[in-house]
Design a protein around this ligand. Structure first.
Ligand code: AR6
Length: 171
């Protein structure tokens, strides 16, 4: 498969996508919150919360997988991004780890298509440019070495993020 068609950026709501897995920007409890986390729990239904109760939370930079329930996506990969504190608390490494651990789960579950929101770029205040650069670099590195996932979709919720990803993927 050509490298070029393994990445895409779209603007919209990640919960509506027909992909094998969507990634959730969760918190350490994995029991829901605001932003994309709230939207995913609402769309997937209460069965998701029930499954998350048994996961015993998740460390920052790590990821855990659940079923997608009422979503079109078969799986949800929950990853916990770092809160931005100015860059002095390993935030860039922790965000890179979110992408690495999510992609590893995708590989283990033979997930063909995966969609990522901009992890940490909302309530956790990570600078959008830097977050997108990490997202694109980590996924490109992983995909170049592995057959799964076959396709990575970056989902921008706003025009600013859309333009940032579009420019990075053009390079
Ligand atoms: N589809 C795609 N992207 C979205 C959607 C959506 N439906 N809704 C928001 N975004 P955030 P974080 C974008 O705050 O910064 C939660 O309360 C949004 O524009 O959801 O990682 C958790 O429980 C932004 O670019 O996640 C945690 O407590 C990106 O998704 C905390 O927020 C992430 O914004 C995690 O903060």
């Amino acid at each position: 498969m050509k490298k070029k068609c393994r990445f895409e950026v779209i603007k919209g709501d990640i919960t509506s996508l027909e992909v094998d897995a969507i990634v959730n920007a969760a918190n350490n409890s994995l029991l829901g919150g605001g932003g994309v986390d709230r939207a995913i729990h609402k769309a997937a239904g209460p069965e998701l919360y029930e499954e998350c109760l048994n996961l015993d939370g998740c460390a920052t930079g790590e990821s855990k997988i659940t079923k997608g329930y009422r979503l079109k996506a078969k799986y949800i990969i929950h990853t916990v991004g770092p809160v931005w504190h100015g860059g002095y608390r390993d935030e860039t490494d922790l965000l890179a780890s979110c992408y690495q651990t999510s992609l590893k789960l995708a590989y283990q579950h033979k997930i063909k298509t995966i969609a990522f929101p901009g992890i940490s770029t909302g309530a956790y205040r990570f600078p959008k440019d830097l977050a997108a650069l990490i997202a694109v670099n980590e996924t490109k590195r992983f995909v170049s070495k592995n057959n799964y996932p076959e396709k990575v979709i970056f989902v921008a919720f706003d025009q600013e993020n859309y333009e940032i990803y579009r420019k990075l993927l053009e390079k």
